[in-house]
Every structure is written in C-alpha cells, then in structure tokens.
Design a protein. Structure first.
Length: 108
C-alpha cells in the first residue's frame, strides 16, 4: 500500500513538472508576459504574425532552462502594449556571433 501511494505521488509530481503554459502574448501587457516567464520558468508564447502565420517559441527565465548546447538570449515579442517586449529564448551556441569563450548569463 505504501509503495502504491509513493508511486502515485511521484507520478503526480513528475507530470506537473513537465507541464508548460501556452499563452498568447497579444492578450497580455509586456509586464505580465515577463512576469509569467519569471514565475513559471518557461512558457510557450503563441501568436499570429501580421501575414496571418502562426508563430510560437519557448521563452525562459535564464540559461538554466536551456539545453547544454544553448544559452539565453534576449528576443522581442509583440504584446498588447509593446511591439518588441524583451524576453529570453534559448539560442544555439554555434549561432553566437564571435568566437570568444564568454557566454552571457542573462536572467529575467
């Protein structure tokens, strides 16, 4: 019985930790979009481009939410009150301009 309860508790915690919010930044202010990313650690913002195409990406609090070969870089997304609200998104280390050893450690 204890094993069953322990297994159920671990499964519940594991499924909650993999859940990621999907939000529309066009219905949010820039401050609330940034707060959502900061509070949840990672969110997916999905919006429609001016040409009608669906756009989406994963935005994160800092580089710790990226893969080992990625780092956090600032990116502007459209929100209700700002056409280029600055939030962080993971970017591949290979696409970094320059070839120095310094990797920025930005945090939201």
């Amino acid at each position: 019985m204890k094993t069953l309860l322990l297994t159920a508790a671990v499964a519940l915690i594991a499924t909650q930790s993999f859940a990621i919010s999907r939000l529309n930044p066009l219905s949010m202010s820039c401050a609330s979009a940034r707060a959502a990313v900061h509070n949840q650690g990672a969110v997916i913002f999905r919006w429609t481009s001016p040409r009608g195409l669906p756009l989406y990406d994963r935005f994160i609090r800092n580089s710790r939410f990226c893969d080992a070969n990625e780092y956090a870089e600032w990116r502007g997304i459209p929100t209700r009150d700002d056409r280029a609200c600055q939030v962080l998104a993971c970017r591949n280390l290979d696409s970094r301009p320059g070839s120095g050893f310094f990797i920025p450690d930005y945090s939201l």
